[in-house]
Every structure is written in structure tokens, then in C-alpha cells.
Design a protein around this ligand. Structure first.
Ligand code: PEP
Ligand code: MN
Length: 362
């Protein structure tokens, strides 16, 4: 049986909780009013000088039994909740988030719709090496019903002594090939100053894994009117990845495709570890199309097809893969690019199993 005094004390405690609740709510209402004035005045919501003043007041008024540090900690939590109340919900939800926009973002590139529910394959060589090499792949890509050709012109390589790409000459080749084969082209840009120029040559601009947190590049990509394919950083969390997309969208460009390309783990059986569940997480958390790069994630030709099927089965809007006329002599990623006949088998297998449609033009 309960001690009679315990019951009385508990009843009293419930009353105090109710009073606290009322006071905290009253405080919240005051904070909201202050927030409105601050918004109207264009003032910042958080004011460290004011916060210091309030904490000092608490310290000077505190007579125990709680330590001042404990009291200040409790009040800081209340202050934080107040600040959150001041920031309206719209501002808190990221522009790329589903909370902000429930419909899927669909990106149109030269007659192909990305993110519309019909999966897209992007294929092409790791690097543009010559007109002939690029044209040969473009022929295979378009012959197989695909409409988007990839090819690196600026290659961010691990070693500075490795082939760095043909640069603008590579972009020229891509544009020429795109016109001749009536397909769209995508290539990576590594410098903010090159974005405007590259927009003249490309249909989609890629920002590579190594540059996912190059915030100046992201901001500059947000200022151009061109779809951006943003790859996940080598060791980036999903949250960091989403925030990088937000950097682009915050500057006005909402045409963003997210691309999971494997992350670095302790596992050495594959080049990177394909984080397959990143796909449904990104689909749930954002309204952007999500791709999977099966080449750079697995780094193994024998895994390209199963990884592509897994990606599409789990909800990816498309897959990216590398194909080269003669992979053995490729200037980059020689070990993992498909040759033309392997690529044809790859596509026909995906078509046969119903993962993609034969013709990707809308
Ligand atoms: C690429 O796609 O050419 C590339 C370099 O990939 P990543 O940035 O994912 O390494
Ligand atoms: Mn490559």
C-alpha cells in the first residue's frame, strides 16, 4: 500500500507539471510573437547575446536544489524548442525533400523523361578518347534503343599522372556525336567556371563523387539551367548527399538526379560497396530521380547485370554503366567497362526480364 504522504506529494507534483506545461506553452506563445516581429524587421532569430543574458539571469536567480549548470542545460533545451517554433515549417523542410514537394520531379532531356516511372539506361565510355571511339559507342547505345550517352571529358583521377581527359576537345566530340546520333550527352564538370561553357555542349552535367562536397561547384551548378546528375561522395552519408543536392536546389536549379555509386567500406571484393537501400531511402526522403552507377560501385563486369536488376527492382529511376569498344586499351577504368557485345547482352537481358523498355524515347 502507498504511503499517504507519497500520494499527496505525487498529486502536488502533477499540479507542478501542469503549471510547467502552462508556463512553457505561454513562453512558446511569447517566442512566436517575438519571432513575427523579428521576421518583419529582417532580424536573425538566434541572438547569442540575448541568450547569454537569459542564462545569466537563471544563474543569478537559482537557489537550488539543482546545480546552476543543470538548470541552464534545461533552459537551453527550452530555448532551442522556442527557436524551432519561430522557424516556420517551410523553411525547416529541405527544398529537395518530399515534405516540401510530394510529386516526383521529372526531368526531360531530348525526348527522354527521367523519373517518370519508366527506367532509363545511361551508357558510354568512362572517358571520351577520340571521335571514333565515342561515335562507335553512340552507335551501339542508340542501336539498342537508349538515348543518353555518357563520356568523361574532364576526368578526376586518383593519380595526377593518369589520363586527365581531353577537356574541351572531349566536349566538342560529345556534341558532334550527340548531333549525329540524335542522343543526349552527359559529362562531368569539375570547375565552377566551366559550367556555363559546358552547358553549350551537354544535356546533363555530372558532378562526380569526389566533388560532392565541393560547395562552390554545387552553388554554381544551382545557378545554371541544365539538369545535374550528382553522384554520392566516396564516404558520404545519405544525409550529406541530400544536403549537397540542397546546395544546388537552393540556388534555383531543381533539375537534379541523384546517383548512388557505391561507398568506401572495408570490403575489397567489389571496388566500392553498393548501398542498394540508399535508393528507396532517397526516393522516400526526396522527390528527385535516383540512379545507380553499376560500374563504379561494383568495379566488376560479372556484377553489372545483377546489380542493375537489383537497382531497378528496388526502385531506381535508372542505371548508369560504362561501355568501351575495346576496354583492354581504355585510358581509364579498363578492367570494368563492357565491350559492345557484352553491352548488347546487358541491355537485351534487362529488356527481356522486363526491367527496361526496348525504346527509351517517349
Ligand atoms: C564517372 O562516372 O566517370 C566517375 C568518375 O564516377 P565517380 O565520380 O562516381 O567516381
Ligand atoms: Mn569510369
Amino acid at each position: 500500500m502507498n504511503h499517504p504522504e507519497l500520494n499527496t506529494l505525487r498529486t502536488e507534483l502533477d499540479e507542478v507539471n501542469k503549471e510547467l506545461l502552462e508556463l512553457i506553452s505561454k513562453r512558446g506563445e511569447l517566442v512566436q510573437k517575438i519571432g513575427k516581429i523579428k521576421t518583419a524587421q529582417g532580424m536573425k532569430k538566434y541572438d547569442p547575446v540575448r541568450e547569454r543574458h537569459m542564462l545569466n539571469l537563471i544563474a543569478s536567480e537559482n537557489d537550488g536544489p539543482f546545480e546552476t549548470a543543470t538548470m541552464q542545460h534545461l533552459f537551453k533545451e527550452i530555448f532551442k524548442a522556442g527557436l524551432e517554433l519561430q522557424e516556420d515549417d517551410h523553411r525547416k523542410a529541405l527544398l529537395v525533400s518530399r515534405k516540401q514537394r510530394s510529386e516526383d520531379t521529372i526531368i526531360s532531356v531530348k525526348g527522354t523523361e527521367i523519373g517518370s516511372g519508366s527506367p532509363i539506361l545511361i551508357a558510354g565510355p568512362c572517358a571520351v578518347e577520340s571521335y571514333e571511339q565515342t561515335a562507335e559507342v553512340a552507335q551501339a547505345v542508340t542501336d539498342n534503343g537508349l538515348r543518353i550517352l555518357r563520356g568523361g571529358a574532364f576526368k578526376p583521377r586518383t593519380s595526377p599522372y593518369d589520363f586527365q581527359g581531353l577537356g574541351i576537345e572531349g566536349l566538342n566530340i560529345l556534341k558532334k556525336v550527340a548531333d549525329e546520333y540524335n542522343c543526349a550527352v552527359i559529362s562531368e564538370i569539375v570547375h565552377p567556371d566551366d559550367l556555363e561553357m559546358a552547358s553549350e555542349y551537354l544535356d546533363i552535367i555530372q558532378i562526380g563523387a569526389r566533388n560532392m562536397q565541393n560547395y562552390e561547384l554545387l552553388k554554381a551548378a544551382g545557378k545554371i539551367d541544365k539538369p545535374i546528375l550528382l553522384k554520392r561522395g566516396l564516404s558520404a552519408t545519405i544525409e550529406e548527399f541530400i544536403n549537397s543536392a540542397e546546395y544546388i536546389m537552393s540556388q534555383g536549379n531543381g533539375q537534379i538526379i541523384l546517383c548512388e555509386r557505391g561507398i568506401r567500406t572495408y570490403e575489397r571484393a567489389t571496388r566500392n560497396t553498393l548501398d542498394i537501400t540508399a535508393v528507396p531511402i532517397l526516393k522516400q526522403e526526396t522527390h528527385l530521380p535516383v540512379f545507380v552507377d553499376v560500374t563504379h560501385s561494383t568495379g566488376r563486369k560479372d556484377l553489372l547485370l545483377p546489380a542493375a536488376k537489383a537497382a531497378l527492382a528496388i526502385g531506381a529511376d535508372g542505371v548508369m554503366a560504362e561501355v568501351h569498344p575495346d576496354p583492354a586499351v581504355a585510358l581509364s577504368d579498363a578492367a570494368q567497362q563492357m565491350n559492345i557485345s557484352e553491352f548488347e547482352k546487358f541491355v537485351s537481358e534487362l529488356v527481356k526480364t522486363g526491367f527496361i523498355k526496348m525504346n527509351q524515347m517517349v
